[in-house]
Write a protein that binds this ligand. Structure first.
Ligand SMILES: *Cc1c(COP(=O)(O)O)cnc(C)c1O
Length: 483
C-alpha cells in the first residue's frame, strides 16, 4: 500500500449489492443533480457507503479523504452520535408537525432561540426553510414585501454578482450568476441584475503581468477591492436608487471557486448600501457556522447584513434545513406593520431537522470548533497553503478559515492560465479522485473546505495528498505537451 495515498483500504464490506449492480440500477433510474445523465450512465457512479470523521468509504472499500465536507456542509464531521441521538429521539416523540396553524414545536422554538444567540446582535428572528435555495427564495419574497409595506413597491430590483452561487430554484439560480445555469430555462427571472465579482486574480491584476512584490500585490488587491465595490454604486445609479431593494453576496464566494475578496471590499459595499438605504443580504450558506473562523462570514469580512441566508452547516448536512435570519430593521417592519406574510414551506421548522440543528450548534459550541478554526487549524492551513504556492502549477493560493483555493496556471512567473478547453482542473481532480482525495475543480481552481474537526495532523495529511496529486498532474500536463 502506498503510504501517501489512501486509495486502497480494503476494510469495508461492499454492502448487499456489488458495485456493478448499484451502478446499473443508478443508471437506469436516478437522475443526478448538475450531471450529464448520459455520460454518467456510461461511466457509472461512484457509490459512497460509509463515513467517519473526515473520511468516506466507497462500495469498493476505498478510503477517501473528504476535503469538501460532503458539499460544504459536514462541519462537525461524520459519525457524530449526538446528532444521531437527537434525530432518533425527535423521530420517536414527534416526527412532524407544521408551524402554519398558529402552532410550533419545541425544537423549532429552541433552535430559533439558539440561532439568535450565535448570530450577530441585530438578528433576533429566523424564518426556516428546507434548503439554501429555498432560503434565498424567501429572501426575494421578504425584501420585496419589506419595501411594499413601507409604501415603496417599485423598490424591487435585487443586485447580485456574476459567478455567485445562491442555489438552484428559479429565484436561487436567478440570484446566482452562473452563466451555464442562466443558459437553461429562461433565467434570470425579471428584477435581478448582476455586477462583476471581486476576483482579483481574474479581473484585478491586468496591469501587472509580472510577479509583484508582496507589498505591491497587497496594494493592488486593496485598490481593486474598492473598485469592485464601486461597481455596485455604478449599478445603483444606473437603475435608480429608488428601484433597488437589496444587494446579495456570499462573504467569500464558494462554488464560484473560493474567491476571497480583498479586505477593502465588504466595508465599502456596506458604506454604499447604507448611503442608498439598500438592504444588505449575506448568503451564509457556506460561510456560516464557523467555516471562516467566526460564526458567520460577515463577521470575518467586517459587514453588518440586514438578512442572512443559512443552510448546510446548520445541521452539518445530517438532515436538510435552511432559513433566513431576519435583522431588526426588516423584522420590525414585517412584524409591526406587515400583517400576514403569505409565504412558507411544509417543512419550515421541521422538528427533526431543528432537533439535529440544535445538537449540531451545541456541539460546535461545546467543542469550540469556531475558535479552533480561527486560532489553530485556519492559520495552520494558511501557512501550509503559502508553502503550496511554491508549487510549479500554482499561480495563486488563497485560504480563509477552512476554505481554500489553489489556482492552476501554465506559467507561474507570468500567471498565464491554461487554455480553458484543456480542462486541466478536471485532469487534476481525476488524479485526486484516483488517489483517495476529494477536492473540487472550478475551472482550473482546485478548492477545499474540509470538516471543521480536522486536526493539524490531518491538515498535514491533506497537504501531502494535494502535493502528491499536483505532482502527478504536473507530470501529466508535461507529457501531454501542455506546458
Ligand atoms: C449550496 C448553496 C446554496 C443552495 O443551498 P441548497 O441547500 O443546495 O439549496 C445557496 N447559497 C450558497 C452560497 C450555497 O453554497
Amino acid at each position: 500500500m502506498n503510504d501517501i495515498s489512501n486509495a486502497l483500504h480494503l476494510d469495508q464490506p461492499a454492502g448487499t449489492r456489488s458495485t456493478a449492480e448499484w451502478q446499473a440500477a443508478d443508471a437506469a433510474h436516478y437522475l443526478h443533480p448538475f450531471t450529464d445523465f448520459k455520460a454518467l450512465a456510461a461511466k457509472g457512479s461512484r457509490v459512497m457507503t460509509r463515513a467517519d470523521n473526515i473520511y468516506l468509504w466507497d462500495s469498493e472499500g476505498h478510503k477517501i479523504f473528504d476535503a469538501m465536507s460532503g458539499l460544504w456542509c459536514v462541519n462537525v464531521g461524520y459519525g457524530q452520535q449526538t446528532l444521531v441521538d437527537a434525530a432518533t429521539a425527535q423521530l420517536t416523540t414527534l416526527p412532524f408537525y407544521n408551524s402554519f396553524f398558529q402552532t410550533a414545536t419545541p425544537p423549532a422554538i429552541e433552535l430559533a432561540e439558539l440561532l439568535a444567540e450565535v448570530t450577530p446582535p441585530q438578528f433576533q428572528h429566523v424564518f426556516f426553510s428546507g434548503s439554501g435555495s429555498e432560503g434565498n427564495d424567501t429572501v426575494v419574497r421578504m425584501v420585496r414585501r419589506y419595501w411594499d409595506v413601507l409604501g415603496q413597491p417599485e423598490r424591487s430590483v435585487i443586485i447580485s454578482r456574476r459567478n455567485a452561487y445562491h442555489g438552484s430554484t428559479m429565484a436561487g439560480a436567478s440570484l446566482g450568476g452562473m452563466a451555464d445555469m442562466h443558459a437553461q430555462g429562461g433565467l434570470p427571472i425579471p428584477g435581478i441584475v448582476h455586477i462583476d465579482q471581486p476576483f482579483w486574480f481574474a479581473l484585478g491584476r491586468g496591469d501587472h503581468p509580472q510577479p509583484l512584490s508582496p507589498e505591491a500585490e497587497q496594494a493592488s488587491r486593496d485598490r481593486f477591492g474598492l473598485e469592485a465595490a464601486g461597481w455596485l454604486e455604478a449599478k445603483i445609479l444606473e437603475i435608480g436608487a429608488d428601484k433597488v431593494a437589496a444587494f446579495i453576496g456570499e462573504p467569500v464566494q464558494g462554488a464560484g471557486g473560493v474567491i476571497v475578496p480583498p479586505a477593502t471590499y465588504w466595508p465599502e459595499i456596506q458604506r454604499i448600501c447604507d448611503k442608498y438605504g439598500i438592504l444588505l443580504v449575506s448568503d451564509e450558506v457556506i460561510c456560516g457556522f464557523g467555516r471562516t473562523g467566526n460564526w458567520f462570514g460577515c463577521e470575518t469580512m467586517g459587514f453588518r447584513p440586514d438578512l442572512m441566508t443559512f443552510a448546510k452547516g446548520v445541521t452539518s448536512g445530517y438532515i436538510p434545513l435552511g432559513g433566513v435570519m431576519v435583522g431588526d430593521r426588516v423584522a420590525r417592519v414585517l412584524i409591526d406593520q406587515g400583517g400576514e406574510f403569505n409565504h412558507g414551506y411544509t417543512y419550515s421548522g421541521h422538528p427533526v431537522a431543528c432537533a439535529v440543528g440544535l445538537a449540531n450548534v451545541r456541539l460546535i459550541q461545546r467543542e469550540q470548533l469556531v475558535e479552533r478554526v480561527r486560532d489553530e487549524t485556519g492559520p495552520y492551513l494558511a501557512e501550509q497553503f503559502r508553502a503550496m504556492a511554491q508549487h510549479p502549477l500554482v499561480g495563486e493560493a488563497q485560504s480563509i478559515g477552512l476554505m481554500g483555493a489553489l489556482q492552476l496556471v501554465k506559467d507561474k512567473d507570468t500567471g498565464e492560465c491554461f487554455d480553458s478547453s484543456l480542462s486541466v482542473g478536471m485532469v487534476c481532480r481525476g488524479h485526486c479522485f484516483g488517489n483517495g482525495l476529494i477536492m473540487r475543480a472550478v475551472g482550473d481552481r482546485m478548492i477545499i473546505a474540509p470538516p471543521l474537526v480536522i486536526t493539524r495532523e490531518q491538515v498535514d495529511e491533506l497537504i501531502r495528498l494535494i502535493r502528491y496529486c499536483f505532482d502527478l498532474t504536473l507530470a501529466d500536463v508535461r507529457q501531454r505537451g501542455w506546458i
